[in-house]
Structures are given as C-alpha cells and as structure tokens.
Design a protein around this ligand. Structure first.
Ligand code: SAH
Length: 216
C-alpha cells in the first residue's frame, strides 16, 4: 500500500483541476488531497487513478468521478461529528472523504461482494464507518435520524424512507433520473412535513437498483 511522491504529485494536479472546475470548499479539497485514490481502484485501472473519471470496480459498479465526489461532498456542507448516511458504499472512496470531513459515516451497499470487500479494506486505511449490507431505498431506520444523506447511484425518484430518516434542518444530496444522466438534487428538510428542493446540474451515475429480493 504505497503512496509514492508520484502518486502525491498526480493527486495534487487532480485537486488543482477540481478547484479550477469550481470546487471551493477547502476541507473537501484537503480531504481528497490526502486520500490515495489508487488504493481504491481495480488493478486494471490503477494507472488512471488520478484522472477525473469514473472507473469499474467490479460487480458492474464504478468508483465515482472525483469531480462528482467533490461536488456532492461540498453540497452536503458537512460539519464535524454529523451523522451521515451514504447509499452505495462501492469502493469506499466517498465514505473515506466523508470520514476525513469528521462525519460519523453509515454506509449501505446492496452488492454483497463490494460490501464485504470494502468493509474489510477501509479500516486498514484508518477509516471507521458503520457498514451495512442492505437496500438503500430503506435506509437505516435503526440508526436514524441523520444530519446528512448522500446517494451515490442514480435514483429514479427521491426515496421517501430516506427523507423520513433526515433530521429537520438536514440535507440530502441525490442524483435523480433513470436515463443516462441524472439531475443533482439538494433536498433540505425544513420541517417534519416540508422540504425545499433545488437542482444542481447533470451528472452520470450507475443506477440505484431495487432490493435483490424484489427482483430488478
Ligand atoms: N460511493 C461509491 C460509488 C459506487 S457506485 C464509491 O465512492 O466508490 C454506486 C453504488 O451504489 C454501487 O456500488 C451499487 O452497487 C450501489 N447501489 C445501487 N443500488 C443500491 C441500493 N438500492 N442500495 C444500496 N446500494 C446500492
């Protein structure tokens, strides 16, 4: 698990690129500058780790594009010790970013292979999260409510159960849409019964799938 000067140099260039694309939150940029993305990559793509692109991680899934990770993290406005629920653990890269922002991270994944791999891997880098194997549409009622919720796969609609698990004053960042592109939504919970929804541009995600037991 080497993080060489070459890796660090490439990572710094990537961070400068993210800043030039409009990421202004220094905590987010600093966190991403510290995380060795090459350790989260599939071997076949490790040489491309510091390109601003999504790459396959197995089980038909991808590690999100760094710009997307930065954008969603920035939109969440995380403060230390907040409880954050992530839907779509995948490689664990986004969960590592949330951990370095000092959030208490709860992350859920429906692909058993990825759940097992990442649950084992992330603690070896010093990131401790609560890993759950399950259906993101249902969230984690046992650990709710959350200050923040981030969905890292394209959801066809805003999942009601997740809005219910958000604290009043909380924020959920979710890519919504079932085509090739999703529109980034920010859902702010302003009272037990009201939300304010704003949209923040188009992104491309793997789809958020239904519970395997219900069929897809
Ligand atoms: N956050 C990840 C991105 C992984 S891609 C990273 O940083 O690498 C999105 C992930 O969402 C995939 O791993 C996919 O299996 C998962 N996913 C899709 N539908 C889901 C659902 N209903 N519940 C939980 N996870 C889901």
């Amino acid at each position: 698990m080497v993080d060489s000067f070459r890796h660090q140099g490439l990572r710094k260039q990537l961070i400068e690129h993210l800043a030039s694309k409009g990421i202004t939150n220094l905590k987010v940029l600093n966190a991403m500058n510290k995380i060795p993305r090459h350790l989260f990559m599939d071997n076949a793509f490790v040489n491309f780790s510091y390109q601003d692109k999504a790459f396959p991680i197995g089980a038909g899934q991808t590690i999100s594009q760094p710009y997307t990770v930065a954008f969603q993290s920035q939109l969440l406005e995380i403060k230390p010790y907040e409880k954050v629920l992530e839907v779509g653990t995948g490689s664990g890269y986004q969960a590592a970013v949330l951990s370095l922002l000092d959030a208490e991270v709860f992350t859920i994944e429906r692909q058993r292979e990825l759940f097992l791999k990442t649950k084992k891997f992330l603690p070896t880098l010093g990131y401790n999260c609560m890993f759950v194997y399950g259906d993101g549409y249902k969230g984690m009622p046992k650990f709710a409510p959350f200050d923040k919720i981030i969905i890292t796969c394209g959801a066809p609609f805003i999942p009601k159960d997740l809005v219910a698990q958000l604290k009043v004053g909380g924020r959920m960042v979710a890519p919504i849409g079932d085509g090739d592109l999703q529109v980034m939504h920010l859902i702010e919970k302003i009272s037990e019964t009201e939300t304010r929804i704003t949209t923040h541009g188009e992104f491309s995600f793997v789809p958020m799938l239904n519970d395997k037991n219900n069929g897809n």
